[in-house]
Design a protein around this ligand. Structure first.
Ligand SMILES: Nc1ncnc2c1ncn2[C@@H]1O[C@H](COP(=O)(O)OP(=O)(O)OP(=O)(O)O)[C@@H](O)[C@H]1O
Length: 304
């Protein structure tokens, strides 16, 4: 499935813009990456996995009770299983949301897709190539904008291309334009609202023309109104830029508004409980019985 009409909130005129953009840039959809997660399992080492060579000597000096506590702790598994057999194919231009209990491994999946983390088992393949490290065309946006406070908005957006020696000022200006921050290009991050800072972070990702955009609760810290506005803007960007999007969110309505598919994950170690296709256009009609039915269904799967 390729990007088609986006599902967006109905609070502003952005959905109309998104529709227009989607219609006018049908070719853009092919820019999106094809993603394949095959047999992914992942664990993190636990703290007592650390090799403290001095511990046995110390244990001879401590009380039997303290020694017993240490031995009990050491006998625990030394790995935290986080993901358990995740298989997922994402078509170019799809918008996929991952929902699941806190701590189930959603962000880990994004880190694997970005190349920040390597899976303990299985493979992450983007556009036919195994992911072995980070790449600018696989952009990651977090809950915190993480802008450098000593650089202006423009300088923050330019940072990635500059660091790679590929600075194209026109692209930086275009990225600022697309997120509506041209007038604040010379402002410093401390003078921005939360929503504006998040827009700057989106521009910083978009300047790399990502084929895969990984969004880790990017609206999590924003007030409800800004959140809805930015959701519309993401939908609009997705329609016009044609990237593949993977969004981690706790907000089931947000997932239904924005996505073609909602992947419901189990508790940790996570596996896919259900892969739900969102009918085209449904996201714009929250009052629709089908929207509400899907919302309740997902909440039930999440045990809420
Ligand atoms: N670098 C790490 N080292 C050790 N454990 C980690 C590391 N990163 C995450 N974890 C653990 O892995 C589990 C999954 O973390 P992850 O951040 O992927 O979950 P999540 O579903 O995104 O959580 P949330 O919804 O609360 O943000 C958690 O128990 C977390 O404590």
């Amino acid at each position: 499935m390729t990007a088609s009409t986006p599902s967006t909130a109905s609070t502003t005129s952005a959905p109309a813009q998104a529709d227009a953009a989607a219609t006018s840039t049908t070719g853009a959809a092919s820019r999106g990456a094809r993603v394949r997660l095959a047999g992914i399992s992942h664990h993190y080492p636990l703290r007592h996995d650390v090799d403290h060579g001095w511990v046995p000597a110390l244990m001879r000096l401590v009380s039997p009770a303290a020694r017993a506590r240490y031995e009990a702790e050491s006998a625990k598994p030394d790995q935290l299983p986080v993901l358990d057999g995740i298989d997922l194919d994402i078509a170019p231009g799809e918008f996929v949301s991952l929902v699941g209990q806190s701590g189930c491994g959603k962000s880990t999946i994004l880190r694997l897709l970005s190349g920040l983390e390597t899976p303990s088992q299985g493979s992450v393949v983007v556009d036919g190539e195994a992911v072995t490290g980070t790449a600018p065309e696989r952009a990651l946006a977090f809950q915190d904008a993480t802008l450098l406070p000593w650089r202006t908005v423009r300088e923050n957006v330019a940072l990635g291309p500059q660091a790679r020696g590929r600075l194209e000022p026109r692209r930086v200006e275009a990225a600022l334009q697309v997120v509506g921050l041209r007038d604040f290009a010379d402002a410093y991050p401390t003078t921005l609202s939360g929503g504006m800072a998040q827009r700057a972070a989106l521009a910083r990702a978009l300047v790399n023309r990502p084929r895969l955009f990984l969004l880790d609760e990017p609206f999590g810290k924003l007030d409800a109104l800004t959140r809805l506005t930015l959701q519309d803007e993401i939908a609009s960007l997705w329609a016009s830029q044609g990237f593949t999007a993977v969004l981690v969110t706790h907000d089931v309505e947000e997932a239904l508004r924005l996505s073609n598919r909602v992947i419901v994950l189990s508790e940790r170690p996570a596996h896919v409980v259900e892969d739900i296709r969102v009918p085209e256009g449904l996201g714009r009609d929250e009052a629709a019985p089908e929207f509400q039915r899907l919302r309740r269904h997902i909440l039930t799967l999440l045990g809420r």
